[in-house]
Design a protein around this ligand. Structure first.
Ligand SMILES: [Zn+2]
Length: 346
């Protein structure tokens, strides 16, 4: 169904949302007051998730102008590059009637289209003058005719919004971003890789994750260093405790110093640089074991009052990874001495 704009604008729910959330000092095409919790705020937050998959509402929903009566000149997305209040902020400040329609500002006469501006003052400074020239140039070719303005959805040939067309678009989008696909490794147990998988998806119950889900916690500080907020990226990447461990791992595995910005970088580390496929798989397995061991010591310190100790974690990484990799890769020849010197597979 292509929505006639009028229906959406006059709807009771729209008027209620507007009355509660609109802020006349900070205009927005989709208003939402952060201080007002509730379903509307949750709905508006979906916009951020949509941004993550490169879906910009201002670009995927557009308005086709016919008579311009039901489309708001400044706030609706009917011009080619987005709502005009965003593109021409200085002019928007001078507009007397912010919610005016396209037909209020563009008038069709016998000699073609003309502008019917209503500014709060007659004198323009340089930037306002420049914006006005640009705006008039952009709108020169606009033509109003008879008929109702229509909204259309970009990802459907008929312009109709369907959940299925949106779902199809998102799944295509995910397919062209292989870096988002988690790489499993059968040389370590599933439970080990699952910690890394949950970490990269921000699904580990770190203090910040719990607090974001409104679970009461004592504080948000890292259980390992006590200095910064405890997020997955902090515990496994930025925390000083983790950095000491990664430094040792790089020395042991004879790879360049590990400089990463997030967990995803850690999980892609093995793909960089030279080395056989087997060696890369070992490094990938070690990274997964390190993440698992750091999470384990973090839990031990939260629930069992253990004191985090990098040497202990490194010993555990070395021995657990040896056991798992030797057995699961069927490299019976791999001795503990060679493993400790990282002389692998002959
Ligand atoms: Zn920390």
């Amino acid at each position: 169904m292509v929505v006639e704009v009028q229906d959406g604008k006059k709807g009771l729910w729209r008027r209620i949302v507007w009355a509660i959330h609109h802020n006349s000092r900070a205009w927005s095409d989709i208003p939402a007051k952060i201080s007002v919790p509730g379903p509307w705020k949750n709905i508006v937050n979906i916009r951020l998730n949509m941004d993550n998959v490169d879906v910009d509402l201002n670009r995927v929903v557009s308005t086709e102008i016919t008579n311009g009566l039901t489309t708001e000149f400044w706030l609706d997305n009917w011009a080619s590059s987005g709502p005009l209040y965003k593109l021409f902020p200085n002019l928007f400040k001078l507009e007397i009637e912010k919610e005016c329609s396209v037909a209020d500002r563009l008038v069709m006469g016998s000699c073609g289209m003309s502008f019917n501006w209503r500014w709060s003052r007659p004198d323009f400074n340089f930037s306002e003058q420049t914006e006005l020239q640009q705006l008039e140039n952009d709108l020169e070719a606009t033509n109003l005719t008879s008929g109702c303005d229509k909204r259309s959805w970009k990802y459907d040939n008929a312009g109709e919004f369907r959940v299925s067309s949106f779902k199809k678009f998102i799944s295509m989008h995910n397919r062209i971003r292989p870096s988002r696909v988690f790489e499993w490794n059968n040389w370590v147990p599933k439970k080990v890789a699952i910690v890394a998988w949950r970490a990269v998806m921000e699904r580990l119950p770190t203090k910040c994750a719990l607090s974001n889900r409104n679970i009461v916690i004592q504080d948000r500080f890292c259980s390992l260093c006590g200095n910064y907020e405890e997020t997955s990226d902090h515990i496994f990447v930025a925390c000083h405790f983790a950095q000491v461990i990664w430094q040792y791992i790089a020395d042991w595995c004879k790879i360049p110093p590990i400089i990463v910005f997030d967990i995803k970088d850690l999980l892609e580390l093995h793909g960089l640089g030279p080395g056989s496929r087997k060696k890369k798989k070992v490094i990938h397995a070690i990274v997964l074991v390190v993440i698992w061991c750091i999470w384990k010591i973090r839990n031990d310190s939260v629930f069992g009052q253990a004191i985090p100790n990098t040497t202990k974690v490194l010993d555990e990484v070395r021995s657990m990874a040896y056991l798992w990799i030797k057995n699961r890769s069927r490299e019976a020849e791999l001795t503990w001495e060679n493993w400790c010197r990282f002389n692998l597979f002959g």
